[in-house]
Design a protein around this ligand. Structure first.
Ligand code: NAD
Length: 351
């Protein structure tokens, strides 16, 4: 059984959803809607039905659900209008710009008894799934620290992403993916505090890069960083556990694992560095460690829509829950507060 979908916003990501819907085994693409006439005309030139007004979308009975892929500041108003018309809603990320706004959206979904979710598609990224496997197996023991980075060198895009009133900035853009992933890895640990710093190398108005640390109970720490002025990228993921370390240098690369199976070493040979000797920093060898590349996980991002459609049929529960959306947005709000106060902010967590 296929479910009728309209994609609202036929820009970069709306185009991605359209391609995806045309190939989907669970979605029937009814059409798209954009506020710009030229985008609607472009869709029509590709054989896709275009709705020139939102009202037409709301009144169309074949449309069971919408995916909203428009600038971040207008997710709320369009999502609530659609939910009030009885449509289920998938919002692009960030679901919206503040926790208060999110609560209004959740209230609309409850009042109208419709589904409401956010497209956290990067939960299906193979690099993230590999790190998740590191957390969920005993490969390196209990993971007490994870670092997640995305580095580019082209500055922040020159579209609405560079403008504050549209919800621009990298924390709202890539940050929301990275934070969602980190919160999934530490889904059972309460957050105690958040510390964040912004970079403004190519844009004064919004952050064109950020560094954010989430401190969890019992000392676990998740660090995320987005940079748009990095001509050498640091590893995508780096995790340390009680029994080893794991690194993914790039999203195209496998996860390299070093398991430490014997803590004590008898005869460590000192290593000569430029102007001295060190035993402390001498690399481990195969007598105490085992090094290997983990098998790359298999992933299919279509499972996001498969899950949403199964939820419409009442056969599954949402993979991306309202509570998870709340937690991500609350971390982002804490991040902004921390930047403002230039210090870590306490976090009142509910898991
Ligand atoms: P974009 O600028 O390429 O496209 C946005 C489109 O929305 C434009 O065609 C614009 O005319 C249209 N639009 C603006 N306001 C509208 C309204 N009120 N009603 C109908 N159409 C409207 O932007 P984009 O890169 O496609 O980003 C859109 C959303 O998708 C953002 O929230 C962004 O964060 C998200 N996004 C998600 C991912 C992901 O991997 N999940 C990737 C890129 C973008």
């Amino acid at each position: 059984m296929k479910h009728g979908l309209c994609i609202i916003g036929y820009g970069g990501m709306g185009g991605w959803h359209t391609e995806h819907a045309l190939k989907s085994d669970v979605v029937e693409l009814i059409g798209i809607h954009d506020i710009k006439e030229e985008r609607n005309k472009l869709a029509e030139s590709r054989g896709i039905k275009a709705f020139y007004t939102l009202e037409e979308v709301l009144e169309n009975k074949d449309i069971e659900f919408v995916t909203i892929a428009i600038p971040n500041d207008v997710h709320e108003e369009v999502a609530i209008a659609c939910m009030n018309a009885g449509k289920h809603v998938i919002s692009e990320k960030p679901v919206t710009l503040s926790c208060d706004s999110l609560e209004r959206m959740i209230a609309a979904s409850e009042k109208n008894n419709v589904l409401f979710s956010v497209h956290q598609n990067r939960r299906w990224d193979v690099d993230y799934l590999a790190i998740q496997k590191i957390f969920d197996t005993d490969a390196i023991g209990d993971v007490f620290s994870v670092e997640s980075r995305i580095h580019g060198s082209r500055g922040i895009p020159s579209d609405w992403r560079g403008i504050k009133k549209y919800g621009g900035g990298m924390l709202y853009d890539w940050g929301v993916h990275l934070i969602d992933q980190l919160l999934m890895l530490y889904r059972d640990k309460k957050i105690e505090s958040v510390f964040c710093e912004f970079e403004h190398l190519t844009n004064d108005e919004v952050d064109d890069g950020y560094r954010l640390t989430i401190n969890f109970e019992n000392g676990a720490r998740a660090y995320s960083e987005v940079g748009t002025y990095n001509f050498i990228a640091m590893p995508r993921f780096y995790a340390r556990g009680r029994k080893g370390s794991a690194v993914i240098s790039d999203w195209r690369e496998p996860c390299k694992v070093v398991e430490c199976f014997a803590w004590h070493e008898n005869d460590v040979l000192p290593v000569k560095t430029a102007a001295g000797l060190t035993k402390t920093m001498a690399p481990r060898d195969e007598i105490t460690t085992k090094t290997y590349d983990m098998e790359r996980p298999i992933s299919d991002v279509h499972n996001y829509y498969r899950n949403f459609c199964a939820c419409i049929e009442g056969k599954q529960t949402q993979i991306v829950t309202h509570q998870q959306m709340r937690r991500v947005l609350k971390v982002i709000e804490a991040g902004f507060e921390s930047v403002e106060k230039k210090q870590p902010v306490k976090f009142d967590d509910v898991i």
